[in-house]
Design a protein. Structure first.
Length: 256
């Protein structure tokens, strides 16, 4: 254990030494040279070096064309290294400082991507796991980021990918509400279950979770003997999803 601690300390000292050497080497560079070195490191996927140069450039030359572009590039490098919190923070800073920059739409897009991936480990990103079972805070924030992008920049070149991601996120958020409604049904909290299901119907129409939400509404209202509301929800379900298996399930409940 002691040997391991010594090795870690030596590695940390070595990294600090290298960082100091790089900064000493770069302190007399022009902004053009510094940006070129940072860009070269980025393009060669040397992200640690790229972060170091971009951060140094932002400190020395915070204004001007190179300073602005460096901040945006830095946000991208953070994203590539999966430091999503730092990427989002850099995007927020860019949006706040340079709202008229011609590439500010990319900052909104990258911020949305950061929240889209934030909180997801390797398994969530690359294996078929039901993300609607997880906390949806980051998904909600990502949806809001993308919504803001489309509202402010309807002609952005990122609009097509943004639209697809928003559809995906809406489906996750809607299914999460249905999952919660099912949980409340199992616990006997029928008012809460009906409210969650109704929220899906009102806020996430045309999502795959919509018919399941209607089924839950019918069940919850029937248990509470609110027959008018149950029948209204059933009519909507039968009209829009006539082959949904939940209709037969409801009918069996009625017979019993």
């Amino acid at each position: 254990m002691r040997i391991l601690l010594i090795i870690i300390a030596l590695l940390a000292a070595g990294c600090a030494f290298l960082k100091g050497d790089k900064e000493d080497e770069a302190k007399n560079w022009t902004v053009e040279r510094l940006y070129s070195e940072a860009k070269g490191a980025l393009e060669s996927s040397n992200y640690a070096k790229a972060v170091q140069y971009y951060e140094f450039l932002e400190t020395r030359f915070p204004f001007g064309v190179y300073g602005q572009q460096s901040l945006l590039d830095l946000a991208y490098v953070y994203y590539k290294t999966e430091d999503f919190d730092s990427s989002i923070s850099a995007c927020d800073r860019f949006i706040r400082l340079y709202p008229q920059n011609p590439h500010v739409d990319y900052a909104y897009y990258l911020k949305g991507l950061g929240n889209f991936n934030r909180g997801r480990g390797f398994t969530e990103r690359y294996l078929p796991i039901d993300l609607s079972q997880r906390d949806t805070g980051a998904s909600m924030q990502s949806f809001q980021d993308f919504s803001e992008l489309l509202a402010k920049f309807p002609d952005s070149p990122y609009r097509e990918d943004t639209g697809k991601r928003m559809v995906y996120l809406r489906n996750i958020l809607a299914q999460n509400e249905v999952n919660v409604a099912n949980y409340y049904m199992r616990r006997g909290a029928y008012v809460a279950a009906a409210n969650r299901a109704r929220y899906v119907v009102e806020n996430y129409p045309r999502t795959p979770a919509m018919p399941d939400a209607l089924v839950l509404m019918v069940k919850a209202y029937k248990v509470m003997e609110m027959d008018d509301l149950a029948n209204d929800a059933l009519r909507v379900l039968e009209l829009n999803y006539p082959n949904h298996p939940g209709i037969a399930e409801i009918q069996r409940i009625e017979v019993n």
